[in-house]
Every structure is written in C-alpha cells, then in structure tokens.
Design a binder for this molecule. Structure first.
Ligand code: LLP
Length: 458
C-alpha cells in the first residue's frame, strides 16, 4: 500500500535552476528564453499544444545509450549481445530503434513478444523471460521461432521439452540461476537472493540439477546460464561478486557433467541518476568491470570464454524521459507542507508510492529561475499516497505552470494504470527540433473498449 508522506516539514529549496539538473535530464536538454528545451523542442509550447499529462522522450539519448552499451561491452570482448529489457519501456518505435542500433530484445510476456513481432523484430534476436510462462506463451515463442528462452523452473523445462519435441525442433535455452547475491538496492527490486521466486537456486543444488536435466532432455539445447541480481544498482562490486560465483558454477558444470556453457547472460541492473547528487557508474565503467571480470574468472578456471549477454533496461531509457504536467490546485498548509497538484499522478508514475522513489521536479516555463520553495507534487487520485515528488525543491509555482518531473523514461509508462479511470498519457519522441507521437494519449472510448455492456462486448 502507498505510504502517506510524513508530516514533518522539511525545507529543501536548493536555489538550483534547470541548468543545474542536467545530470537527470535528457542529454539534449537546455534552457532557452526561460523555457526547458529537449531535442530542440520547447517543452512549454509542446505541453500546451499536445496536452498534459505527457511523457516526452529524447530519441538521441536512447540511441546513444544503446550504442554506448554496444561500444563499451564489445570493446572488451567481441561476442556480446546487448539485450534491451523491454519491461523498462516498450513501444513499436522503441523496438525499431533497438533493432537499428544492433541490439537484441528481452521480452517477458506474450504481450511484449506480440508487440516486438508486430514491429518486425527478428525473433532470432529475442530472449524470453518469465517465472511463470503459460503454455500459451511458450507456444507463441515456438511459433515465432524466438532465439532463446530463459528457463525459470523444472516444470517449464519439461513442458518446453515436450512442446519442442512435438514440433521436431531443438529450442535454445538458458537456465536462470539465482546466485545468492544480495545486491545493494531496494528490497522489492532485488532478485538474486536464494529466497526468490525467480530461477534456480545455486546453493540448494537446483541450478545444478536443472542444467543436468536440460542436457538430458530432447528438444532442448542447453546454451548457457542467466543471472539477474536486481535493478538500480550503483555498486559495481555487486556484479563482480555474482560473476565470481556464476563462473565458478560454469567450471563445476564442466568438471562434473562435462557440459560446455556457450553463453553467459549477466542480466541488467545498472543504476541511473534520479537526484542531483546521484553519481551512478557509467556504461563505460560497467562494461569494463562486467566483461573483464568474466574473462578473468574464466581464465582462473581455465575455461573458454563464452559468448556474453547483458540486459539493460533502466539505464537505456530512464534519463531520456520526462513527464510534463499542468499545475492545478496549490494548497499551502501552514507549518506543514505545500501541495502542488498535477493532472496525473500514481496512474502515470507509481514508483514514488511503490518504492519511495526520488525524483527532481522543475517548472518548465521558469527553467532559468532558482528553486526557492519546498513543495510536494501530488497527483489527482483518490489516495493520500498519490505523491510524485515528496518534499522537493521547486520554483515559485502558480496554476497553469508546466511542471516537469525528470528521469521518468523507465518503469513509469510501463507500470502505468487507469486508476480512477484516468486516461494514460501519450508519449512523444523529440529529435532535432521536431516531435512525433509514438504512443497516443488514451481516450474515454479506449477506457470503455473492453467494457462489456449487458454481457455484450461493444
Ligand atoms: N533482465 C531481467 C531478467 C530483469 O528482470 C530486469 C528487470 C532487467 C533485465 C532489466 O533491469 P534494469 O537494467 O532495468 O535494472 N519496476 C522496478 C524495476 C523492476 C525491474 C525488473 N527486472 C522499478 O520501477 O524500479
């Protein structure tokens, strides 16, 4: 349940202008005539023309992050797949950009797979995830001819073997291993610990049994292993610790089963800057640590270095995106707090309510002014926990201002919902002074499209 904000007033005005917030904004962000510009487009004019609430994403930032991952992983090892994790944000335009940059795609549901295929993505470059893939989804994967399925349970392994054998094919798979590593991040987004609904535990012996079984089963080609220790990770040592453990496991598989691991996928998880003081590791630093560690650990165990894969989501899109809102009601509660309400909230960004996430906000039409007040940016939903920014610095604000929340490109739209029958915002991509819709804003008709009247679907 969403937590109500504390009632202790906290003065955090920091006198920063938008120019001091560039580390959390898209790479093309700039201030001109007091307005915030992204991709050469005036965010104030755009908000007024296209309407709010609105997600805006900078195409150049996304393309740069994708190509940086390719560059800084392949700089250290020639055979690395950069597999964009679609759960962070997915649309057909995104799928096409991922393709254009030469990356692979991670999908984790039948819906994500259908979207990727409808955008023309090569199924051979798709990795499929999920701790409870339905039989229907597994069939869809085999029908499509996806490259790799990351197997998460014994049931799935047996089921996939039956399905693939019936079709007379060998499906390439990875076994998802939970390496027993506690990443330094929020509890809800840790995934590598032994007590997890994901994957096969290493310490319990389940991972070893899964590899053994995979090698025996017909219709299954055991290609390698997968780990993902969590998300929004700042400490690169967490990745190093997991790599040490998983490469030792690869050696054990070779020694005790005589099986070669041809592919090692180390998952996603690199953290991003949400706040002004945040200093996450760069993609360049991440690439060096992860790829070099795998090579070094392999050398230690006298292993042939396998093909590698990394699965970034957040670090590709988070800082490419902002959300624009129009300011409505402003409520000043003396000695307690100032609530600035916007025309969206937990329906378009639930991360603050869900994870206590921190965001920076600014007034896009006063981008050159210092943030002199402390305000809580609240949504319009019927819930006290519907907060987007809890006690943050902001410029002097008035009704009708365009409020920008920074770094919302990852896990905001993909976690969005229709609470209070709120229509979901559209998404606009900006580039070189132009903009285009990549996802339209929902309409009231969209909300009612699946609503059955007297048992009859309209
Ligand atoms: N690979 C797998 C198997 C994953 O489960 C995830 C994220 C990724 C890759 C991408 O991780 P990233 O690079 O984005 O950290 N809703 C949460 C995040 C959940 C992450 C789920 N898995 C949030 O808003 O913070």
């Amino acid at each position: 349940m969403a937590k109500p904000v504390s009632t202790k007033p906290r003065a955090v005005a920091d006198f920063k202008t938008a120019t001091d917030l560039l580390n959390v904004l898209p790479m093309t962000a700039e201030v001109k005539n007091g307005h915030l510009y992204v991709g050469g487009v005036d965010m104030v004019t755009l908000a007024r023309e296209a309407g709010t609430a609105l997600y805006v994403m900078d195409e150049e930032t996304i393309a740069t992050q994708l190509s940086d991952y390719i560059k800084w992983t392949r700089y250290h090892w020639k055979e690395v797949d950069v597999v964009y994790a679609g759960k962070a944000f997915l649309s057909r335009a995104m799928v096409q950009l991922v393709d254009a940059e030469g990356c692979c795609l991670d999908v984790s549901s039948g819906g994500e797979l259908a979207l990727a295929l409808s955008a023309g993505f090569d199924p051979a470059r798709i990795y499929v995830h999920g701790n409870n893939k339905t039989d229907e989804e597994l069939n869809e994967c085999l029908d499509a001819g996806v490259g790799r399925i990351v197997v998460d349970s014994f049931e799935e392994l047996e089921q996939l073997s039956t399905m693939a054998s019936e079709r007379g094919i060998e499906q390439s798979i990875l076994i998802r291993v939970t390496p027993g590593i506690e990443a330094d991040t929020h509890d809800y987004i840790k995934t590598g610990a032994e007590d997890s609904k994901f994957g096969f535990g290493l310490n319990s012996g389940n991972a070893f049994r899964a590899v053994k079984r995979a090698a025996e089963l017909p219709g299954i080609d055991f290609e390698g292993l997968h780990i993902h220790i969590g998300s929004q990770i700042y400490a690169l040592q967490s990745f190093s610790a997991a790599i040490e453990v998983i490469v030792a496991f690869i050696a054990k598989i070779r020694d005790e089963l005589g099986i070669e691991t041809r592919l090692l996928d180390t998952g996603g998880g690199l953290g991003v800057a949400y706040g002004v003081p945040d200093e996450p590791a760069t993609i360049k630093e991440y690439g060096k640590v992860v790829i070099d560690d795998i090579k070094e650990e392999c050398e230690k165990h006298d292993l042939t270095v396998p093909r590698m894969a990394v699965e970034p989501g957040r670090s590709i899109v988070a800082n490419s995106g902002i959300t624009l809102y129009t300011v409505g009601v402003i409520k000043v509660i003396p000695d307690i707090r100032t609530y600035v309400s916007v025309d969206g909230g937990m329906s378009d960004n639930i991360r603050t309510s869900l994870y206590d996430a921190h965001y920076e906000a600014l007034i896009a039409n006063k981008a050159d002014q210092p943030r002199t007040i402390t305000a809580t940016v609240a949504g319009k939903h019927c819930e006290s926990g519907d907060i987007v920014v809890s006690d943050g610095p902001l410029q002097e604000v008035e009704r009708g201002d365009i409020l920008c929340v920074c770094a919302t490109g990852a896990y905001a739209q993909s976690l969005s919902n229709n609470y209070n029958k709120q229509v979901r915002p559209g998404i606009i991509w900006v580039k070189d002074g132009t903009w285009r819709w990549v996802v339209y804003r929902e309409t009231y008709e969209d909300l009612m499209r699946t609503d059955a009247v007297e048992g009859v679907c309209p």
